[in-house]
Design a protein around this ligand. Structure first.
Ligand code: CTP
Ligand code: MG
Length: 175
């Protein structure tokens, strides 16, 4: 899940500039996505997710040997590493963007808190993208127990990193 986790944090670090919705509003008078979704955040986030996944790929064998456990890899079942990594990283940020679209439709301002949805949007986005593009790889790696563990760990990890992001000043809200 690391290539799906890191894009969110890196979007907060590198984001800013031109919003993806170009400042446009919908018929309801509210922004399509809002100023919190920018091109820079999207592309920097995806790039960082893919780079982290490539680093994990390079470290796979040495770390497996060091810890004496078998770790999963980002390829297999006919899926190339790059497709898996791009799906995890872009799915994460598209999930986040999809959520922002609905937050705006509900009349929620940028940054308003939507508990659990804010903490799981990127997980669901990453899973849906990866399931669609790399079905065999997804089924092989995301077994039921792994999915349960991810659903429990992700919100806690997300809240922790967001508090850190808030304290160091890259996030406006601690959620
Ligand atoms: N960010 C970005 N581009 C993205 C995603 C995030 O630039 N595609 C940056 C923005 O600076 C954003 C910050 O990361 O403010 C935190 O992201 P998030 O919490 O998802 O956005 P919010 O500002 O809370 O907006 P929303 O209410 O739409 O979730
Ligand atoms: Mg937010």
């Amino acid at each position: 899940m690391l290539p799906a986790y890191i894009p969110n944090s890196m979007a907060a670090v590198f984001g800013g500039g031109r919003p993806i919705d170009g400042g446009r509003v919908m018929k309801d008078g509210r922004r399509i996505l809002g100023d919190g979704k920018t091109y820079r955040g999207l592309f920097a986030g995806i790039a960082c997710g893919v780079l982290l996944g490539l680093l994990q790929t390079v470290l796979l064998i040495p770390v497996s040997e060091l810890l004496n456990i078998s770790l999963p890899s980002f390829s297999g079942s006919g899926s190339p590493t790059m497709v898996v990594l791009l799906s995890l990283a872009s799915g994460s940020l598209f999930g986040d963007m999809f959520k922002s679209f609905f937050k705006r439709r509900l009349g929620m301002q940028r940054g308003a808190s939507l508990p659990l949805v804010d903490q799981l949007d990127f997980v669901l986005g990453a899973w849906i993208f990866t399931y669609l593009s790399c079905t065999g790889w997804f089924i092989m790696n995301f077994t039921r127990n792994v999915m349960i563990a991810v659903l429990v760990i992700s919100p806690l990890l997300h809240l922790t990193t967001n508090v850190i992001g808030y304290l160091i000043g890259v996030k406006k809200e601690p959620w």
